[in-house]
Design a protein around this ligand. Structure first.
Ligand code: NAG
Ligand code: NAG
Length: 328
């Protein structure tokens, strides 16, 4: 009996140690991959603990995914050492745009004759630049504005030009640089400014800086903005199909651990806190109807930087709350 207990204790200790070692090794791999450096040992321990908690959550979610009870997978990414409150505060914007109305009085109405395709993906038509990264800067609004403009510029001029988010962060005084902003205002800044610089001439830095806009390096212009009828997913789909990539404001609270599949979270109905670009829509065998969304958290996040979000499910994550695109 004693021997049995001893063996059990030993096995438990060995298992505990190896599990701890495995988690430690995973944490070290995570730190390397995402260039994480913590200020001291206590911060390191705090981050390790959060990482382990997140890993548990991810593993149990993925078990449900494998069992067919979830429509999307979770995984380790650059946000795995943040708790959910920190993710909200550090990554998402605290702006409350529900107060804002459209600045434009131009509202998109679908052509009466429009026949919506079953699916559309503007990447296949060459209208979408590669996924970018906003870094430690709440400049999602600039990436959303630039993303829709790049698409509409391409559709009109058949030229895909990567445009400068840093130009907006530094020069658009109607917005708050790295401490939040609003996409439609950014498009109006570009209109009033006579254009926006190319990405090549004014590369991204991810910090607030001096305005270095140069009129010789304009890559695209805006002549007006158009809003999509609020909270109407059919209108948004028609706008995406008929006009091109559309910038939207969403509730991204459920994005932290997303890795792939169709994000379907009925509780995702909060205030919008993130700006992204809808570049298409379609239907998935497992997850059903989805919106194809370009994010600005690098290619390492989600499906090579993209996320598919539930479509025709009661305006989930407020995706059709605030669709806007530029006239070029
Ligand atoms: C939503 O948009 C579609 C397409 O424009 C339109 O036919 C429909 O009437 C709109 N729904 C509401 C409630 O306004
Ligand atoms: C400035 C302003 O109108 N702020 C309001 C925005 O909306 C929230 C929620 O409805 C209100 O609490 C704020 O007072």
């Amino acid at each position: 009996m004693k021997a049995v207990i001893l063996v059990l204790v030993l096995v438990t200790v060995v298992q505990a140690t190896s599990l701890k070692d495995i988690l430690k090794a995973e944490f070290n791999a995570f730190k390397l991959r995402h260039h994480k450096a913590y200020k001291d040992a206590s911060e390191e321990l705090k981050r390790l603990k959060i990482f382990v908690e997140n890993k548990k959550l991810i593993d149990s979610h993925n078990k449900r995914f494998t069992a067919g009870e979830e429509t999307y997978k979770m995984g380790i990414n650059q946000f795995s050492d943040l708790d959910s409150k920190e993710f909200q505060e550090v990554v998402l914007s605290s702006i409350n745009p529900y107060n804002l109305t459209f600045d434009t009085n131009q509202i998109y109405t679908p052509s009466p004759t429009i026949k919506l395709p079953e699916s559309i993906d503007w990447r296949e038509k060459g209208a979408v630049t590669k996924v970018k990264s906003q870094g430690d800067c709440e400049s999602c609004w600039a990436f959303a504005a630039i993303g829709t403009l790049e698409g509409h510029h391409f559709i009109k001029y058949q030229q895909l030009v990567s445009l400068s988010e840093q130009n907006l962060v530094d020069c658009d005084t109607t917005n708050g640089g790295c401490s939040r902003g609003w996409t439609e205002k950014a498009l109006i800044y570009i209109k009033d400014n006579g254009g926006v610089n190319t990405e090549d001439s004014y590369p991204y830095e991810g910090i607030d800086g001096e305005c270095r806009f140069n009129v010789e390096n304009i890559g695209a212009k805006v002549t007006g903005t158009v809003g999509v009828q609020r909270d109407n997913e059919s209108a948004l789909a028609a706008a995406v199909a008929e006009k091109g990539p559309i910038s939207v404001a969403i509730d991204a609270s459920f994005f932290q651990h997303y890795e792939g599949g169709v994000l379907d979270e009925p509780l995702c109905q909060g205030e919008v806190n993130h700006g992204v670009v809808v570049v298409g829509y379609g239907r998935d065998d497992i997850g059903g109807d989805y919106w194809l969304v370009k994010n600005s958290w690098a290619e390492s996040w989600g499906e090579n930087g993209y996320i598919r979000m539930a479509r025709n499910k009661d305006n989930q994550c407020s995706i059709a709350k605030y669709g806007v695109y530029p006239l070029v």
